[in-house]
Each structure stands twice: as C-alpha cells, then as structure tokens.
Write a protein that binds this ligand. Structure first.
Ligand code: SAM
Length: 191
C-alpha cells in the first residue's frame, strides 16, 4: 500500500454519503446489479440494499468495474425487513414506478436521508413494496418505449441526488462518523 493509494482511499471515503442509498427488489441480472453499484460508487453511496425473496445470491460481472469492492451490499430476507432497517436509520423510501400519479423524480429533496427503491427487470416494484413507500417517483418517458433499463433509471435518479448534494455542500466534509470512517478505511486498506 503506497501513500498515494491510501490518500486516494481517504479522499473517496470522505465523499461517501451514508444517508443515500438504493434498495433493489429482485434485481437479479448480474450486469444490472453491477452497473447499479458502479453508479452508486460514482455518486458516493456507502452501502446499497437488496432483497431477493425469489432466492439467489447477488452476483456481479465485469460491468461493475470492481465497484462491488467499494460499495457494500446488504441483503435483506424480505422487503418488510429492508424497510424496517432503513426506517430505523431515518431513511425515506421512494419507490420508482411507471404510474401517472408518481412524482417527477426531480421533485424529491435528495439531501435528506433517502433510499431509492428499484424493481425487477420484468415486473417492476411489487405492490407491497410500493404501498410501504413514502412516495412514488418516475422518470418521464416521452418516447415510444414504456420504461428504461433498471440500471439506467438508477443512474438518472442517483445523479440528480448527486447534483443536489453537491449544491448543498454535502461532499465537502466527511459525512461518516469518525468510528465508522475508521472501520471502513481499515476494511478498504485490506482490499
Ligand atoms: N414492466 C415493468 C413495470 O411496469 O414496472 C418495467 C420494469 S423496468 C424495466 C425495471 C425497473 O427500472 C423499474 O422497476 C424501475 O425501478 C426502473 N425504471 C425504469 N423506467 C423507469 C421510469 N421511467 N421511471 C422510474 N423508474 C423506472
């Protein structure tokens, strides 16, 4: 470990946003999961969340660019447990949905603790997960196709969150509590 490498890890860690995350419901395809984690890394998500009630262990592929090493992925046994975990930490959960009555994704204040719920490639977010959410958001679609690829939708929303957080100065000072910062740094140094 060179001094330059350590400095780079510290710089990246001091931009991590512990109060911004995604919750992936049955997002199975490795290329989608990997691409989402890559966007999470670029925006500064510390930990992403997933629930796979239909089973299976999340797997990644080369589209992650190795980002799964730097963005933790916490897998929950059910959507209810994922919500309980996030709510206990003060997160509001916004479900992505293709409904007409969903808010334009740019109307949300992402400087507050926010989790973005994304759904399965085929079925979208489940009715149950949508009902539990604090709100529904959509990316306006003005073309012929009904929806975006899930990893593209994740990136669009995450980069709006990044824009708002940059404007609010949330990347200027480390956001992690010193104890957690140290713990994560030690973990990253071992990678
Ligand atoms: N037929 C599915 C449906 O009705 O929800 C389409 C699922 S879409 C391919 C996969 C996921 O990408 C969605 O669950 C959502 O998380 C996200 N997504 C895709 N397009 C979106 C949009 N325009 N607005 C918000 N989320 C979108």
């Amino acid at each position: 470990m060179t001094e330059a490498r350590r400095k780079r890890l510290e710089e990246v860690l001091s931009r991590r946003q512990p109060d911004l995350t995604v919750l992936l419901e049955n997002v199975h395809k490795p290329h989608n999961l990997s691409a989402i984690l890559r966007s999470c890394d670029a925006v500064g998500v510390l930990e992403a969340h997933a629930v796979n009630p239909t089973g299976g262990v999340p797997t990644f592929n080369e589209t992650s660019g190795g980002s799964h090493k730097w963005v933790y992925l916490r897998v929950h046994p059910s959507i209810q447990e994922a919500y309980a975990h996030l709510r206990a930490r003060g997160f509001r959960v916004y479900a992505t949905a293709l409904r007409e009555d969903a808010l334009d994704y740019r109307q949300v204040d992402y400087t507050r603790p926010t989790a973005i719920l994304l759904g399965a490639e085929k079925w979208g977010v489940s009715e149950e997960a949508l009902a539990l959410a604090d709100g529904a958001i959509r990316i306006p679609m003005l073309g012929m196709v009904q929806s975006l690829n899930v990893s593209v939708a994740a990136a669009v929303i995450l980069f709006e969150a990044q824009r708002q957080r940059l404007q609010a100065g949330l990347y200027q000072e480390p956001r992690l509590e010193p104890e957690l910062y140290q713990k994560v740094l030690e973990d990253w140094l071992r990678k």
